[in-house]
Design a binder for this molecule. Structure first.
Ligand SMILES: Cc1cc2nc3c(=O)[nH]c(=O)nc-3n(C[C@H](O)[C@H](O)[C@H](O)COP(=O)(O)OP(=O)(O)OC[C@H]3O[C@@H](n4cnc5c(N)ncnc54)[C@H](O)[C@@H]3O)c2cc1C
Length: 491
């Protein structure tokens, strides 16, 4: 098998392929494994652009079993007491603790008059924490799925709300402002998703892999190599070679051709279908999927700071509410979300720390600037300057403590890992998050083309490491079934 891309889906397809007697090799355009699961070093600081919350850290869950099969677990983990914290300009702090008892007491302190709603909120977390919900919904049998849905029935009302709607029920003005932002500053995020994340955190299934995303990816690559797989780095696939409507190999950027019985692409779906396959294998549905993605505001830029400051007593993630909107990177920001990595000492020199600020912006904003490299670099520097000025309001003296600055944008993602608009590797289709996780039907085949599969975010439409790793497993299971083989995770 030839696999295009060493992201989660590609590496997992490689591992399960090797375990099931297929000889596999991966062609990866970057010089490291992991794709979006990535980090890099700058002057002794590690800048991790990916992981906020890693699911599957408790040996009691099914996602953990997947990570074990992939060589990613067991590993050293760091647990934080809160999912995220929110600070108001006047100094109020809301810690969204994982422990429901601690959370309840803290919220009652902040807003005694919201007692009934606070009780409802923490009880819903307790309901979601009764079972390995994600594991059962994603990987369980029909019966297990039903059992897990039954177990969350007492919290059925939570499915009515998104974060903004739930927040509107608080009477306290600070909580009304802070609560909608708890899921990565996305007020439209479904409330149940937040509950599930909090429940997994309470059950110690959500944690931080010490060393960060690049080391997580490296451990999966190590497992793949140990099973006899090959990864060829700095090898961009340009075309997928087909004969008689079957994928038979790939042509690399340097013109080299390589042949195999099966080709699996973990690369961006649009680029795979439209460029590598010249748009030859599309029906109406796939054509719609491949439409130009909307230029939505999302984490289009990150500001990384290596600071000579101890961050170990700071919250692990913080949303700073701003006293007035500030225009940064072409977008009006009313708040600033950041990760403060004081919980992982391996990411910075002794006594120092890393801050990552995630900025809403657009791909087109940065793409246009990139046409003039000087203007692009100038805007990156200006963006970092504005962010540092805002941080100074909460972290007095930080301006003088900044030692390293790095500002990757969606154009940076595009350069290093392909992806339409950087990391938007998902089809244009209506996606229901709940059914997405429960159903897990992959969009991994193309009409009229045999011996070809897609894995990763395009196939799952989900932005989660475990879901995209699982897609590699599912595709190898399908191939085994097609070949009349019993699928094995043991080799
Ligand atoms: C900012 C950010 C934060 C995130 N935070 C979390 C989190 O906290 N928890 C979580 O679970 N998930 C998180 N995710 C989601 C998760 O990282 C992704 O869903 C997952 O990594 C995607 O895996 P994938 O299999 O789709 O492969 P990708 O990561 O998309 O990898 C595809 C690979 O293919 C390679 N490639 C592309 N084109 C070619 C070509 N032509 N030839 C050769 N190789 C090619 C690329 O270089 C890349 O290595 C986050 C994602 C982002 C972007």
């Amino acid at each position: 098998m030839i696999i295009i891309g060493a992201g989660m889906g590609g590496l997992a397809a490689g591992i399960y392929g090797q375990l099931n007697g297929y000889q596999t090799r991966i062609f990866e355009m970057h010089n490291i494994p992991g794709g979006q699961c990535t980090a890099w070093k700058r002057h002794g600081y590690t800048f991790d652009v990916c992981i906020h919350h890693l699911f599957g850290c408790s040996p009691a869950t099914r996602i953990n079993r997947l990570w074990q099969e992939l060589g990613a677990m067991p590993r050293e983990l760091a647990y934080t007491t809160e999912c995220v914290s929110v600070a108001s300009p006047d100094g109020r702090l809301f810690h969204d603790y994982y422990d429901p008892d601690r959370l309840e007491a803290h919220l009652l302190d902040l807003s005694p008059s919201d007692a009934p709603l606070i009780k409802e909120y923490v009880n819903a977390i307790r309901v979601f924490a009764r079972m390995d919900i994600w594991g059962a919904l994603m990987f369980g049998s029909g019966g297990e799925k039903l059992k897990s849905l039954w177990s969350i029935l007492p919290a059925y009302r939570s499915f009515r709300y998104n974060m903004q709607q739930y927040a509107a029920r608080f009477s306290d003005p600070f909580l009304r402002q802070a609560f909608p932002l708890l899921v990565y500053s996305l007020p439209d995020a479904p409330f149940f998703l937040h509950l599930a994340r909090k429940a997994n955190g309470f059950n110690r299934d959500v944690a931080w892999p010490v060393g960060g995303a690049a080391q997580l990816a490296r451990s999966i690559e190590t497992r793949y190599l140990a099973l006899g797989g090959e990864v060829h780095y700095r090898q961009r696939v340009e075309k997928i070679i087909t004969r008689n409507r079957k994928a038979v190999g790939v042509r690399l950027e340097d013109g080299t051709e390589d042949y195999a019985d099966i080709v699996i692409s973990n690369a961006d779906g649009r680029k795979t279908i439209l460029n590598m396959l010249d748009g030859m294998y599309m029906d109406k549905r796939i054509r719609e999927y491949c439409g130009e993605p909307l230029d939505e505001t999302n984490w289009a830029a990150h500001v990384f700071l290596g600071v000579s400051r101890d961050l170990s007593r700071e919250p692990s993630a913080l949303i700073m509410l701003l006293d007035r909107p500030v225009q940064i990177a072409g977008h009006s920001h009313k708040s600033l979300e950041m990760q403060l990595y004081g919980f992982d000492k391996t990411l910075a020199p002794e006594g120092k720390g890393v801050i990552k600020v995630e900025l809403f912006s657009t791909y087109s904003y940065w793409r246009e600037l990139y046409n003039n490299k000087a203007a692009y670099d100038e805007e990156k520097a200006r963006t970092a300057g504005l962010v540092i000025d805002l941080l100074e309001k909460r972290f007095a003296g930080i301006k003088e403590q900044v030692e390293v600055i790095d500002v990757p944008t969606l154009v940076t993602w595009e350069r290093f890992m392909g992806g339409t608009h950087g990391f938007v590797n998902m089809p244009n289709k209506k996606m229901n998050l709940f059914t997405g996780f429960v159903n897990q039907a992959l969009d991994s085949r193309l009409p009229g083309l045999d011996n070809f599969y897609l894995v990763g975010a395009w196939a799952t439409s989900l932005g989660a490491l475990f879901a995209n790793a699982q897609s590699g497993k599912t595709v190898i299971k399908d191939i085994c079934q097609r070949d009349g083989k019993r699928f094995s995770v043991l080799g």
